[in-house]
Design a protein around this ligand. Structure first.
Ligand code: SAM
Length: 348
């Protein structure tokens, strides 16, 4: 596991990860936390949503080290929120509280650790996973405050102690230590109204089992060209079943097959912008949720071969099979090719 992951310091100073096996990044080089705000949190217009809803349900697909969830929590500041976090890799999720992620609120880190424990993850496993890495104070990838906070457990792990010791350890921190307010009242902690649930496994399987309806979805899977499994029309159709008319899906991806699948499923699809920079995609069944709809060029592009969606009818195909299936469909299709479309469009 350790050798599959490469750490970097991204341009906003926060820790980014790269997967050597898949050959894809987990976070943008321009800033892991910055990306979470710019591509997911700001375009979701959470503040607006809070004005009309007293509870927000969020689905963080491919939560990984939870940048999107953490950025979301930092913005909602104690409101009544639920976040369902889906990821295939426990080891990546386990890193979440410890990274140098630009989240200064140590209470949030402890809170996430606490939620992991409440989700029945073994604290011993979480700390053991961390022991693979160099977490010395001068290591730029980890947050020294939380690591030193847990130092006793890291240096001298009480792994063989009964789990109850870990539980009381976390309870003590959570209820008595992390918030000064808690010294006066045990019910005033900042995250008392928040709930995070973690679901480890292939999101295609876990999503089927979830019964909630989500207001906001973060879709942060690896790039579609590398791993299309969570960008297929069939997965998005399953996702649609968990949404209502006003729900929004946010993603960094601007991929044409992804956008055409959304369109085919009846979503109104648009772009997200930060200071004139095109950041990604937003989709909703409600057109009023889309500030910047796709322009004429983007819409016409969806009808070319490039707009042929990824397919995974039984939601269990490998990436290779999905990619080769689409390639074949493109070869057999009578639609205009992307190159022809570009020439044709320029002439007009
Ligand atoms: C681009 S990274 C997301 C980064 C993440 N949002 C963060 O804050 O660290 C993609 C994530 O998708 C997860 N993943 C890959 N395939 C998956 C699948 N089929 N189901 C669920 N998660 C998957 C990976 O483990 C990885 O954490």
């Amino acid at each position: 596991m350790k050798s599959d992951i490469k750490f970097t310091v991204t341009e906003d100073g926060t820790t980014g990860l790269y997967n050597n096996l898949i050959k894809d990044i987990y976070h943008s080089r321009t800033g892991a936390l910055k990306e979470a705000f710019e591509k997911f949190i700001y375009p979701a217009e959470i503040e607006q949503l809070l004005k009309c809803k007293n509870k927000i349900n969020v689905l963080d697909i491919c939560c990984g080290t939870c940048y999107n969830t953490k950025a979301f929590l930092s913005l909602v500041n104690g409101e009544n929120v639920r976040v369902d976090c889906l990821d295939i890799s426990k080891e990546i999720v386990f890193l979440s509280p410890f990274l140098n992620d630009g989240i200064m609120d140590i209470e949030m880190k402890i809170y996430i650790l606490f939620e992991m424990y409440r989700n029945k993850f073994e604290i011993g496993d979480i700390l053991n996973n961390l022991k693979q890495y160099n977490t010395d104070e001068n290591n730029p990838y980890f947050n020294s405050a939380i690591v030193s906070f847990l130092k006793d457990f890291l240096i001298n792990p009480h792994i063989n102690e009964p789990i109850n010791n870990y539980l009381s350890f976390l309870h003590n921190i959570y209820y008595n230590y992390i918030s000064i307010d808690n010294r006066f009242s045990k019910n005033t902690n900042k995250y008392a109204n928040s709930k995070i649930q973690f679901f480890i496994g292939d999101a295609r399987d876990t999503l089927r089992l979830l019964n909630s309806v989500y207001d906001v979805v973060f879709l942060d899977a690896f790039s579609p060209q590398i791993d299309p499994t969570l960008w297929t029309i069939d997965f998005l159709s399953l996702l649609k079943q968990k949404l209502n008319y006003n729900s929004v899906i946010l993603s960094y991806s601007k991929s044409t097959p992804f956008r055409s699948a959304l369109k085919e499923l009846g979503f109104v699809t648009g772009k997200t912008f930060i200071e004139n920079n095109d950041m990604g995609t937003i989709a909703s069944l409600n057109k009023d949720k889309i500030k910047f709809p796709l322009n004429e060029y983007d819409i016409k592009l969806l009808d070319t071969k490039s707009g042929i969606p990824y397919r995974d009818a039984d939601l269990n195909s490998t990436s290779e099979k999905i990619l080769s299936g689409r390639k074949l469909e493109m070869e057999l299709s009578h639609r205009m090719s992307h190159t022809k479309f570009l020439k044709f469009y320029k002439k007009q």
